[in-house]
Every structure is written in C-alpha cells, then in structure tokens.
Design a protein around this ligand. Structure first.
Ligand SMILES: [Zn+2]
Length: 210
C-alpha cells in the first residue's frame, strides 16, 4: 500500500474509557498558566510530583535509548527543573512508558500519541504510544522516517500537561511535522510555560547574605 506524504501529526488523545473523574477542591490551583490541557472544570492538567519516571523496556536498542535520553535531557536542561528521570524496567515483560504499537488502532495520520489517565487535574498515569504499524522511526535524520527524538520531545510535553500550540511554529507542541523533519529543541515559549506551571519545583537560588 502506498502511503501518502501528507502532514503527519503527533496527537494527544485522552483515554477516558474507564476513568473515574474525581474532583478534589482542595487541590485547586490559584494560578492558571496558559497552554495546558484542561480538566472538565477548566483547571490545568499537570503532574503532581517531579521528576516523572520515564520507564523504558529492556529490549530497546542503544540508539533508541539515547534518543529518549536526549529528549529528557533537553526538557530538564532547558527549564532547569528535574522534570523527568529515565529508568529501565526491572522486568523484560514490562512495556514501560514508551510503547511501540504494531497494530495501530487510533487516527492513521498520528505517528504517536500520549494516553493519559487523570485523577482530578493531576496526570495519574500515562503511556506514550508510537505508531510503528504505519510509520518508520529513525534516530539519525532519515529523509523518509519519523525522527524518534523529536516525537518523544513532543510527547513528553503532553506528559507534563502541555496542549498543542497550532499557531506557534517554533513550539515543540506544534502537532504537525513532515517526514524527514525534526525538532530536537524546545522553544522559549515552551520553556516559560513549564517554568511558570512548575515554579515550586524550581531549584532555589543560593543565598549568601548571612
Ligand atoms: Zn501532540
């Protein structure tokens, strides 16, 4: 089957199938930074604790692990916050947080998506799904394949609660990417959104005025 060279999108879909949506008023934040996915009450969906464990399966090849590690480092380094930590699953049967789906059951134009199970406005569980059914992924700038590092960088944004930025071409949360294209950096606006939302996790500046 010939695949059309149309725009491919890494899209987020909420997995709300069997989710109990609990509203916990004592968690309501007093500040609403823009650019985040909202819960049904209009509050930003965020991680409750940092860093978030990104668990990878033992079977990943070294290049794939390096691409994922680089995406994690980009988020952590650019924001100055320990947002993510990479861990290898103890058990080889554990698919981890990033899963290759050989049978894609979602929108065909999506190269990847992040499914989220919420608890109130917190992201309780998540999984990043990669569409290896219809797309080829690459770790080294292939003109026809999808750049793994770019896709992971985008999906990690969703793991933090970030929504798509369709009008901002620089943003890593722009959902459109052509085959062979790559985006391995996050923009100034991506950084400031995350810094504002996760301000309490930012390391305190050292004080010398004793
Ligand atoms: Zn997306």
């Amino acid at each position: 089957m010939k695949r059309s060279k149309t725009i491919i999108a890494a899209q987020l879909v909420f997995c709300l199938g069997s989710v109990l949506y609990l509203y916990t008023p004592w968690h309501v934040p007093n500040k609403q930074c823009s650019g985040f996915i909202k819960d049904s009450f209009g509050y930003n969906m965020t991680q409750e604790k940092l860093p978030v464990d990104i668990i990878i399966n033992q079977d990943l090849i070294e290049e794939e692990e390096t691409a994922i590690r680089s995406a994690i480092d980009t988020w952590n380094r650019s924001t100055g916050i320990d947002l993510f930590v990479l861990r290898v699953a103890k058990d080889s049967s554990d698919p981890g947080s990033i899963r290759y789906l050989k049978k894609w059951e979602y929108e065909k134009t999506h190269t990847a998506q992040t499914n989220i199970i919420p608890r109130g406005h917190f992201i309780k569980e998540f999984s990043i799904l990669l569409n290896t059914d219809l797309y080829q992924f690459s770790t080294n700038y292939s003109p026809t394949a999808v750049d793994l590092q770019s896709v992971i960088l985008h999906e990690l944004g969703h793991v933090l609660g970030l929504d798509h930025e369709t009008n901002d071409l620089q943003s890593v949360m722009n959902p459109n990417m052509n085959p062979g294209e790559y985006k391995r950096d996050i923009s100034f606006s991506d950084i400031s959104r995350v810094k504002d939302q996760y301000e309490k996790f930012r390391p305190k500046k050292l004080s010398y005025n004793n």
